[in-house]
Ligand binder design. Structure first.
Ligand code: NAP
Length: 343
């Protein structure tokens, strides 16, 4: 009988995940098999399980794109990863490798990209298959449970900050203190920027400062918002639900940029006036390429940056999803795969 593993599986959109026993997949010649140690729970996993986005995953599927684990076997053609390596398996599962984007380390926008935990099975499982060209090596000293969210929340916030030149002397806003947002605060602070958190949750004010914020604004308070009008070089919007982005665009300085990484299911409304007067811009940013993911992990290793996690057993995944909807997590659920041994 083929060896089995446990996995949390989305069988129907909008329904609880099922904990199933499945065959351990066998890696092909150009693939590796990774034994998962930990996997973060991103809001994207929730969007995926609800079928929120225009392109939906094919059912059934195993979510999870913040996996860290040990390589247990490699295909016959694999040379760049070896058994025993600790790797992070990201959202970008694979890409074509030869288009203009792949050749310039922007494989995240390759038209042939596949996505872990979405178009390919992901890390809510004891084992997962990965492409060795699209895994990152986890620096020694980072705990897998705390480091797992770096594989998505980390790179998704680090990449646009590097792109838009966040450095000392810049004023940076982080909107939404969730899994992505709290990593954004840590990076902006570590890069030396004056960091301001915008939150809807009064209960997160103290934490925001502990995480590295110089100031915290309750975004529902129009007077507090107005005090910052026209002053931000860069704002990173990490909000998962419908909200007013125009209020933030008005806080940008001339030529300031607001990058959206949050991906609410409904289109956001955008007033052109806030952009025109001030020559401001709004853009989006998808995770980050594998070279930049490695650079981010090395930066984290050097600055001892990890995620603030609430460690859960995989059996608690459906409660975790319910709490994620209510923004009730400080600041990332991280599944400890050792919990499956208890089954
Ligand atoms: P999360 O942990 O649930 O955090 C989202 C935060 O948004 C909440 O903590 C809350 O912060 C704020 N928020 C929630 N509902 C809100 C509302 N109605 N109005 C205003 N603020 C609200 O989610 P996450 O895992 O960080 O993911 C955030 C978004 O990024 C998701 O849409 C996800 O799919 C997307 N994402 C995109 C990429 C990419 O490549 N671009 C990668 C990963 C994830 P406060 O309590 O502080 O207000």
């Amino acid at each position: 009988m083929a060896p089995k593993m446990h996995a949390a599986v989305v069988e129907q959109f909008g329904k609880p995940l099922s904990l199933l026993e499945l065959e351990i997949p066998t890696p092909g010649a150009s693939q590796i098999l990774v034994k998962t140690e930990a996997c973060g729970v991103c809001h994207t996993d929730l969007h995926a399980a609800h079928g929120d986005w225009p392109v939906k995953p094919t059912l059934p599927f195993i979510p999870g794109h913040e996996a860290i684990g040990l390589v247990t076997s490699v295909g016959s053609g694999v040379t760049i990863v070896k058994e025993g390596d600790r790797v992070g398996v990201p959202w970008l599962y694979s890409a074509c490798g030869h288009c203009e984007y792949c050749l310039t380390a922007w494989e995240t926008v390759c038209a042939k990209a596949e996505f872990g935990g979405y178009t390919k099975n992901g890390g809510f499982a004891e084992y997962l298959i990965a492409d060795p060209n699209y895994v990152a090596h986890v620096p020694a000293g980072l705990d897998p449970k705390q480091a797992a969210p770096l594989i998505c929340a980390g790179i998704t916030t680090y990449s646009p900050m590097r792109h838009w030149g966040v450095t000392a002397g810049k004023k940076v806003g982080i909107v939404g203190l969730g899994g992505l947002g709290h990593m954004g605060v840590k990076f902006a602070h570590a890069m030396g920027a004056h960091t301001v958190v915008f939150t809807t949750s009064l209960s997160k004010v103290k934490d925001a400062k502990r995480l590295g914020a110089d100031e915290v604004v309750i975004s529902k308070n129009a007077d507090e918002m107005q005090k910052h009008a026209g002053t931000f070089d860069f704002i990173l919007d990490c909000v998962s639900a419908d909200h007013d982005i125009n209020a933030y665009i008005n806080l940008l300085t001339r030529d300031g940029n607001m990058t959206l990484v949050g991906a609410p299911e409904k289109p956001l409304s955008l007033s052109s006036f806030g952009l025109i007067f001030g020559r401001r811009s709004v853009s989006g940013s998808p995770i980050g390429g594998i070279a930049e993911t490695q650079a981010m992990l090395d930066f984290c290793g050097k600055h001892n940056i990890t995620s603030d996690v609430e460690v859960i057993a995989i059996q608690q995944i459906n409660q975790a999803y319910e709490r994620l909807v209510k923004a009730d997590v400080k600041y990332r659920f991280s599944i400890d795969m050792a919990s499956l041994k208890a089954e």
